[in-house]
Write a protein that binds this ligand. Structure first.
Ligand code: ZN
Ligand code: ZN
Ligand code: ZN
Length: 319
Protein backbone atom coordinates (compact mmCIF):
# COMPACT_ATOMS: atom_id res chain seq x y z
CA UNK A 1 0.00 0.00 0.00
CA UNK A 2 1.41 3.41 -0.94
CA UNK A 3 1.60 6.15 1.68
CA UNK A 4 -1.22 7.94 -0.04
CA UNK A 5 -3.48 4.91 -0.03
CA UNK A 6 -2.52 4.29 3.55
CA UNK A 7 -3.54 7.79 4.65
CA UNK A 8 -6.70 7.51 2.66
CA UNK A 9 -7.79 4.19 4.09
CA UNK A 10 -6.89 5.42 7.56
CA UNK A 11 -9.27 8.35 7.26
CA UNK A 12 -11.98 6.78 5.20
CA UNK A 13 -14.66 4.57 6.60
CA UNK A 14 -17.40 4.61 3.99
CA UNK A 15 -17.06 6.30 0.63
CA UNK A 16 -20.28 6.96 -1.23
CA UNK A 17 -20.73 8.20 -4.77
CA UNK A 18 -22.22 11.60 -5.52
CA UNK A 19 -24.05 12.66 -8.67
CA UNK A 20 -22.04 15.26 -10.50
CA UNK A 21 -23.12 16.94 -13.73
CA UNK A 22 -19.66 18.42 -14.22
CA UNK A 23 -17.91 15.08 -14.12
CA UNK A 24 -17.78 13.12 -17.38
CA UNK A 25 -19.03 9.90 -15.79
CA UNK A 26 -21.82 11.74 -14.02
CA UNK A 27 -20.75 10.70 -10.54
CA UNK A 28 -17.69 10.93 -8.38
CA UNK A 29 -16.19 10.03 -5.04
CA UNK A 30 -15.28 13.45 -3.60
CA UNK A 31 -13.49 12.21 -0.48
CA UNK A 32 -11.38 9.77 -2.46
CA UNK A 33 -10.53 12.47 -4.98
CA UNK A 34 -8.83 14.50 -2.30
CA UNK A 35 -6.27 11.74 -2.16
CA UNK A 36 -6.23 10.21 -5.59
CA UNK A 37 -7.35 13.01 -7.89
CA UNK A 38 -9.40 12.07 -10.92
CA UNK A 39 -8.26 8.50 -10.79
CA UNK A 40 -10.20 7.97 -7.55
CA UNK A 41 -12.53 5.26 -8.79
CA UNK A 42 -9.73 3.08 -10.17
CA UNK A 43 -7.80 3.50 -6.96
CA UNK A 44 -10.81 2.45 -4.93
CA UNK A 45 -11.20 -0.65 -7.09
CA UNK A 46 -7.52 -1.38 -6.57
CA UNK A 47 -8.00 -1.21 -2.82
CA UNK A 48 -10.85 -3.69 -3.20
CA UNK A 49 -8.58 -6.01 -5.19
CA UNK A 50 -5.97 -5.72 -2.48
CA UNK A 51 -8.58 -6.71 0.07
CA UNK A 52 -8.35 -3.42 1.94
CA UNK A 53 -11.83 -2.24 1.14
CA UNK A 54 -15.10 -3.89 0.24
CA UNK A 55 -17.52 -2.74 -2.38
CA UNK A 56 -21.25 -2.71 -1.82
CA UNK A 57 -24.25 -1.90 -3.94
CA UNK A 58 -25.35 1.70 -3.63
CA UNK A 59 -27.59 2.58 -6.57
CA UNK A 60 -28.50 1.42 -10.05
CA UNK A 61 -28.57 3.96 -12.86
CA UNK A 62 -28.97 4.03 -16.61
CA UNK A 63 -25.77 4.78 -18.46
CA UNK A 64 -24.63 5.58 -21.98
CA UNK A 65 -23.79 2.37 -23.91
CA UNK A 66 -20.89 4.17 -25.57
CA UNK A 67 -19.07 5.91 -22.73
CA UNK A 68 -20.75 4.70 -19.53
CA UNK A 69 -21.69 8.17 -18.31
CA UNK A 70 -24.87 8.52 -16.30
CA UNK A 71 -25.22 12.16 -17.30
CA UNK A 72 -28.24 11.54 -19.48
CA UNK A 73 -30.95 13.83 -20.81
CA UNK A 74 -34.40 12.47 -21.62
CA UNK A 75 -35.72 13.67 -24.97
CA UNK A 76 -39.27 13.41 -26.34
CA UNK A 77 -39.41 12.81 -30.06
CA UNK A 78 -42.01 12.54 -32.78
CA UNK A 79 -42.66 8.79 -33.33
CA UNK A 80 -43.00 9.41 -37.07
CA UNK A 81 -40.08 11.61 -38.03
CA UNK A 82 -37.93 11.60 -34.88
CA UNK A 83 -37.82 15.38 -34.54
CA UNK A 84 -37.77 17.00 -31.07
CA UNK A 85 -39.89 19.94 -32.26
CA UNK A 86 -43.09 18.69 -30.63
CA UNK A 87 -45.64 20.55 -28.55
CA UNK A 88 -48.07 19.28 -25.98
CA UNK A 89 -51.52 20.78 -25.75
CA UNK A 90 -55.24 20.42 -26.32
CA UNK A 91 -55.66 18.97 -29.81
CA UNK A 92 -58.63 19.93 -31.96
CA UNK A 93 -59.89 18.05 -35.01
CA UNK A 94 -61.85 20.16 -37.46
CA UNK A 95 -64.31 17.60 -38.84
CA UNK A 96 -65.39 19.93 -41.68
CA UNK A 97 -61.99 19.71 -43.37
CA UNK A 98 -60.22 17.04 -41.32
CA UNK A 99 -57.46 19.31 -40.03
CA UNK A 100 -55.92 18.30 -36.71
CA UNK A 101 -53.96 20.85 -34.74
CA UNK A 102 -53.15 22.33 -31.36
CA UNK A 103 -55.76 24.61 -29.81
CA UNK A 104 -53.61 27.72 -30.18
CA UNK A 105 -53.33 27.18 -33.94
CA UNK A 106 -57.07 27.94 -34.14
CA UNK A 107 -56.65 31.68 -33.68
CA UNK A 108 -59.95 33.42 -32.98
CA UNK A 109 -61.56 29.97 -33.37
CA UNK A 110 -60.67 29.87 -37.06
CA UNK A 111 -59.32 26.73 -38.68
CA UNK A 112 -55.80 27.43 -39.99
CA UNK A 113 -56.39 25.07 -42.97
CA UNK A 114 -59.80 25.95 -44.35
CA UNK A 115 -60.31 29.29 -42.63
CA UNK A 116 -63.80 28.39 -41.42
CA UNK A 117 -64.91 29.27 -37.90
CA UNK A 118 -65.34 26.54 -35.34
CA UNK A 119 -69.05 26.37 -34.60
CA UNK A 120 -70.06 23.84 -31.95
CA UNK A 121 -68.05 21.22 -30.13
CA UNK A 122 -68.95 17.64 -31.02
CA UNK A 123 -70.90 18.96 -34.01
CA UNK A 124 -68.29 20.31 -36.44
CA UNK A 125 -65.16 19.81 -34.37
CA UNK A 126 -63.93 17.67 -31.53
CA UNK A 127 -61.35 17.87 -28.81
CA UNK A 128 -58.97 14.93 -28.78
CA UNK A 129 -57.59 15.77 -25.32
CA UNK A 130 -54.09 16.67 -24.42
CA UNK A 131 -51.79 15.21 -27.05
CA UNK A 132 -48.60 16.02 -28.83
CA UNK A 133 -48.16 17.47 -32.25
CA UNK A 134 -44.95 17.44 -34.26
CA UNK A 135 -44.34 20.87 -35.72
CA UNK A 136 -41.95 19.34 -38.18
CA UNK A 137 -44.11 16.70 -39.90
CA UNK A 138 -47.57 17.46 -38.50
CA UNK A 139 -48.06 14.08 -36.82
CA UNK A 140 -50.42 14.08 -33.82
CA UNK A 141 -49.87 11.46 -31.15
CA UNK A 142 -50.61 10.51 -27.55
CA UNK A 143 -47.21 9.27 -26.50
CA UNK A 144 -43.99 10.63 -27.82
CA UNK A 145 -40.99 8.38 -28.27
CA UNK A 146 -38.44 8.97 -25.63
CA UNK A 147 -34.75 8.71 -26.18
CA UNK A 148 -31.80 9.32 -23.96
CA UNK A 149 -29.02 11.62 -24.92
CA UNK A 150 -25.61 11.39 -23.32
CA UNK A 151 -24.42 14.76 -22.07
CA UNK A 152 -20.88 13.47 -22.14
CA UNK A 153 -20.46 12.04 -25.65
CA UNK A 154 -23.73 13.25 -27.24
CA UNK A 155 -24.81 9.74 -28.27
CA UNK A 156 -28.62 9.34 -28.52
CA UNK A 157 -30.15 5.96 -27.78
CA UNK A 158 -33.32 4.19 -26.64
CA UNK A 159 -33.93 3.05 -23.09
CA UNK A 160 -33.48 -0.56 -24.19
CA UNK A 161 -30.02 0.24 -25.39
CA UNK A 162 -29.02 1.93 -22.14
CA UNK A 163 -26.38 0.25 -20.09
CA UNK A 164 -26.94 -0.58 -16.47
CA UNK A 165 -24.48 1.25 -14.26
CA UNK A 166 -24.16 0.13 -10.69
CA UNK A 167 -22.79 2.73 -8.34
CA UNK A 168 -20.87 1.29 -5.44
CA UNK A 169 -20.09 2.49 -1.98
CA UNK A 170 -16.70 1.50 -0.61
CA UNK A 171 -16.10 0.51 2.93
CA UNK A 172 -12.94 -0.22 4.81
CA UNK A 173 -12.81 -3.80 6.08
CA UNK A 174 -13.14 -4.18 9.89
CA UNK A 175 -9.99 -6.25 10.00
CA UNK A 176 -8.07 -3.49 8.30
CA UNK A 177 -9.53 -0.90 10.59
CA UNK A 178 -8.07 -2.78 13.55
CA UNK A 179 -4.74 -3.16 11.79
CA UNK A 180 -4.62 0.54 11.07
CA UNK A 181 -5.17 1.49 14.65
CA UNK A 182 -2.32 -0.77 15.66
CA UNK A 183 -0.21 0.69 12.86
CA UNK A 184 -0.89 4.19 14.07
CA UNK A 185 0.00 3.16 17.58
CA UNK A 186 3.30 1.68 16.39
CA UNK A 187 4.16 4.77 14.41
CA UNK A 188 3.41 7.04 17.36
CA UNK A 189 5.58 4.88 19.56
CA UNK A 190 8.41 5.24 17.08
CA UNK A 191 7.97 9.02 16.86
CA UNK A 192 7.98 9.30 20.64
CA UNK A 193 11.18 7.25 20.94
CA UNK A 194 12.84 9.28 18.21
CA UNK A 195 12.11 12.55 19.97
CA UNK A 196 13.46 11.10 23.23
CA UNK A 197 16.66 10.50 21.30
CA UNK A 198 16.70 14.12 20.15
CA UNK A 199 15.27 13.66 16.69
CA UNK A 200 12.58 15.78 15.14
CA UNK A 201 10.16 13.97 12.86
CA UNK A 202 9.75 15.96 9.68
CA UNK A 203 6.31 16.73 8.33
CA UNK A 204 5.41 15.11 5.02
CA UNK A 205 5.26 18.41 3.15
CA UNK A 206 9.03 18.86 3.71
CA UNK A 207 9.94 15.73 1.85
CA UNK A 208 11.05 17.10 -1.49
CA UNK A 209 14.16 15.64 -3.05
CA UNK A 210 16.91 17.48 -4.89
CA UNK A 211 15.03 16.58 -8.05
CA UNK A 212 12.11 18.61 -6.62
CA UNK A 213 10.01 15.46 -6.62
CA UNK A 214 7.98 14.83 -3.51
CA UNK A 215 8.72 11.53 -1.84
CA UNK A 216 6.90 9.39 0.61
CA UNK A 217 8.62 7.63 3.44
CA UNK A 218 7.43 5.96 6.57
CA UNK A 219 9.35 8.34 8.81
CA UNK A 220 12.00 10.95 8.18
CA UNK A 221 13.64 12.33 11.30
CA UNK A 222 16.40 14.85 11.61
CA UNK A 223 18.83 16.11 14.17
CA UNK A 224 20.88 19.30 14.16
CA UNK A 225 20.66 22.34 11.94
CA UNK A 226 22.15 23.69 8.74
CA UNK A 227 25.17 21.79 7.52
CA UNK A 228 25.15 19.72 10.67
CA UNK A 229 21.65 18.54 10.02
CA UNK A 230 21.45 14.79 9.64
CA UNK A 231 18.46 13.11 8.21
CA UNK A 232 17.47 9.58 8.98
CA UNK A 233 15.02 7.85 6.73
CA UNK A 234 13.13 4.88 8.08
CA UNK A 235 10.94 2.71 5.94
CA UNK A 236 9.22 -0.62 6.01
CA UNK A 237 9.38 -2.93 3.05
CA UNK A 238 7.29 -6.04 3.06
CA UNK A 239 6.93 -9.02 0.78
CA UNK A 240 5.21 -12.34 0.89
CA UNK A 241 8.49 -14.29 1.21
CA UNK A 242 11.42 -11.94 0.94
CA UNK A 243 11.94 -8.32 -0.04
CA UNK A 244 13.77 -8.28 -3.39
CA UNK A 245 16.81 -6.15 -4.19
CA UNK A 246 14.79 -4.14 -6.71
CA UNK A 247 12.52 -2.77 -3.97
CA UNK A 248 15.52 -1.81 -1.91
CA UNK A 249 17.13 -0.13 -4.87
CA UNK A 250 14.06 1.95 -5.65
CA UNK A 251 13.87 3.03 -2.08
CA UNK A 252 17.57 3.86 -2.02
CA UNK A 253 17.24 6.14 -5.04
CA UNK A 254 14.43 8.08 -3.34
CA UNK A 255 16.33 8.37 -0.09
CA UNK A 256 19.46 9.62 -1.87
CA UNK A 257 17.40 12.20 -3.70
CA UNK A 258 16.09 13.41 -0.36
CA UNK A 259 19.61 13.65 1.00
CA UNK A 260 19.39 10.96 3.63
CA UNK A 261 22.34 10.73 5.97
CA UNK A 262 21.34 7.41 7.39
CA UNK A 263 18.83 4.85 6.23
CA UNK A 264 17.15 2.15 8.22
CA UNK A 265 15.08 -0.38 6.37
CA UNK A 266 12.78 -2.82 8.07
CA UNK A 267 12.19 -5.95 6.05
CA UNK A 268 9.08 -7.96 6.72
CA UNK A 269 9.52 -10.92 6.97
CA UNK A 270 13.08 -10.77 5.54
CA UNK A 271 15.32 -9.46 2.79
CA UNK A 272 16.66 -11.53 -0.08
CA UNK A 273 20.40 -12.26 -0.13
CA UNK A 274 20.80 -9.90 -3.08
CA UNK A 275 19.00 -7.14 -1.20
CA UNK A 276 21.32 -7.62 1.78
CA UNK A 277 24.39 -7.40 -0.44
CA UNK A 278 23.07 -4.19 -1.90
CA UNK A 279 22.40 -2.71 1.52
CA UNK A 280 25.77 -3.73 2.91
CA UNK A 281 27.47 -2.22 -0.09
CA UNK A 282 25.66 1.12 0.29
CA UNK A 283 25.78 1.32 4.05
CA UNK A 284 22.06 0.92 4.57
CA UNK A 285 21.18 -0.33 8.04
CA UNK A 286 18.50 -2.97 8.10
CA UNK A 287 16.53 -5.13 10.42
CA UNK A 288 14.26 -8.04 9.73
CA UNK A 289 11.15 -8.92 11.59
CA UNK A 290 8.63 -11.69 11.05
CA UNK A 291 5.65 -9.45 11.60
CA UNK A 292 4.76 -5.81 11.55
CA UNK A 293 3.83 -5.98 15.25
CA UNK A 294 7.32 -5.58 16.62
CA UNK A 295 8.72 -3.45 13.80
CA UNK A 296 8.80 -0.34 16.01
CA UNK A 297 10.88 -2.02 18.73
CA UNK A 298 13.45 -3.49 16.37
CA UNK A 299 13.79 -0.18 14.57
CA UNK A 300 14.48 1.69 17.77
CA UNK A 301 17.00 -0.90 18.90
CA UNK A 302 18.81 -0.58 15.59
CA UNK A 303 18.78 3.20 15.81
CA UNK A 304 20.23 3.11 19.32
CA UNK A 305 23.02 0.87 18.10
CA UNK A 306 23.72 3.24 15.25
CA UNK A 307 23.80 6.38 17.36
CA UNK A 308 26.21 4.77 19.77
CA UNK A 309 28.45 3.80 16.86
CA UNK A 310 28.24 7.32 15.48
CA UNK A 311 29.30 8.82 18.80
CA UNK A 312 32.30 6.55 18.90
CA UNK A 313 33.10 7.55 15.36
CA UNK A 314 32.85 11.26 16.16
CA UNK A 315 34.93 10.98 19.29
CA UNK A 316 37.64 9.20 17.33
CA UNK A 317 37.65 11.97 14.77
CA UNK A 318 37.97 14.65 17.42
CA UNK A 319 41.02 13.03 18.98
ZN1 ZN B 1 -42.66 14.44 -36.92
ZN1 ZN C 1 -60.81 23.25 -41.32
ZN1 ZN D 1 -21.88 8.76 -23.75
Amino acid sequence: MSGMAHDFVKNARVIIPERSPTNSMGYRYPIAEEYFGEDAKNQLDMLVKEGLMVREFYQRELGCPKCGSINLIVRFLCPKCGDTNIVKGEIIEHWTCGYVGAEDEFKEDKCPKCGKKLEKIDVDYGKLGPMYKCLSCGEVFHTPDDKLNCANCDYTFSKDEAEEVVLYAYRITPKLEEDLEATLYRKNYLIEKLSEMGFIVEPEENLYGRSELKHEFYIVASQGKGIFKVRIVIDLLSALHEVPADDVFLFYAKALDLGAYRIILVGIPKFSEEAKKLMNHHGIAYVETQTLQNSAEVTIRKLEEMTKATHVFREKQEM
